[in-house]
Design a protein around this ligand. Structure first.
Ligand SMILES: [Zn+2]
Length: 222
C-alpha cells in the first residue's frame, strides 16, 4: 500500500476521479449545459486554451489526417496574438468556443468582471464563438443561463477530462484516462497548450488511430 506519492507516478485521488468523469449528481445541477452528446460511435474532441503556434497547427494537421472535426475553446488574448491560426481553425471546418479573454476564473474576479471578460473574448473571436467553457470548470449553476445569449448558444462542460495538463502523468496514463472513461457521445477535453505538450499529442494520436480503426467518428459540437 502506498501512502503519499509513489515514485513519479501520480496517485489517483477522489478529486481527480471527479474531474476525469464528473458524476451525474453534479451534471444534474447544470442540466442546461452539455456534458455528453448523442451519436453512435461518436466522440466530440475539444481543445482548450489555444490558439498557440507551438500546438494548434499540429493539432489541426493531425485532425485533418484522420478526417476528424473538433471544437476549440479559445482564449481571447491568444486569438489576438495568433489570429491567422484562429482563422485557419475555422477554415478547416472546426467550431470555435469562448474560454474567456485571459482564462479568467469566476471565483477570483467576480461576476461583473467575468462577464466583461467573456464579451471581450467574443469580440476577439469576431462573433464566431458559439459555445462557452468556463476556465477550470468554475461556474455556478445559476450563472450558466446568464452566459447564454449574445451569440453563445450553450455552456459546454465535459464527459472525459484526461488531465493532459498534469505533469505528474505519463502520456500513457493520460490516454488510459480516455480509454477507461470514454463512451458514445463523450465530450473529451484536451489542451492545445505548452503545458500539455507531449501528453496531449500522444493522447490525440492514439485516440484518432485506435478509435478511428474501430469505426468511431470525431465531430465538432453542432
Ligand atoms: Zn482552460
Amino acid at each position: 500500500m502506498c501512502l503519499g506519492r509513489c515514485s513519479d507516478t501520480k496517485e489517483v485521488s477522489i478529486i481527480d476521479r471527479l474531474i476525469v468523469q464528473p458524476p451525474e449528481s453534479v451534471r444534474r445541477l447544470y442540466s442546461h449545459s452539455a456534458w455528453r452528446l448523442g451519436g453512435e460511435k461518436t466522440m466530440y474532441l475539444t481543445f482548450d486554451d489555444g490558439p498557440i503556434e507551438e500546438q494548434t497547427p499540429w493539432v489541426l494537421d493531425m485532425l485533418d489526417k484522420h478526417g476528424a472535426k473538433a471544437t476549440f475553446f479559445c482564449v481571447g488574448e491568444n486569438v489576438d496574438r495568433h489570429r491567422e491560426i484562429y482563422h485557419e481553425t475555422l477554415r478547416r471546418g472546426h467550431v470555435v468556443g469562448n474560454h474567456t479573454y485571459n482564462h479568467a476564473q469566476l471565483l477570483k474576479v467576480g461576476w461583473k468582471a467575468y462577464r466583461e471578460n467573456i464579451e471581450k473574448c467574443s469580440i476577439a473571436g469576431e462573433g464566431k464563438m458559439r459555445f462557452f467553457r468556463p476556465p477550470h470548470g468554475q461556474m455556478t449553476p445559476w450563472r450558466t443561463c446568464a452566459i447564454v445569449g449574445g451569440g453563445l448558444e450553450r455552456v459546454v462542460f465535459w464527459d472525459v477530462m484526461p488531465e493532459d495538463y498534469d505533469r505528474r502523468l505519463k502520456p500513457e496514463e493520460v490516454y488510459r484516462n480516455v480509454r477507461e472513461n470514454v463512451r458514445e457521445g463523450s465530450i473529451v477535453v484536451l489542451h492545445d497548450s505548452i503545458k500539455s505538450g507531449e501528453r496531449m499529442r500522444y493522447t490525440l494520436e492514439r485516440i484518432l488511430e485506435e478509435y478511428g480503426e474501430k469505426g468511431w467518428k470525431f465531430e465538432s459540437i453542432g
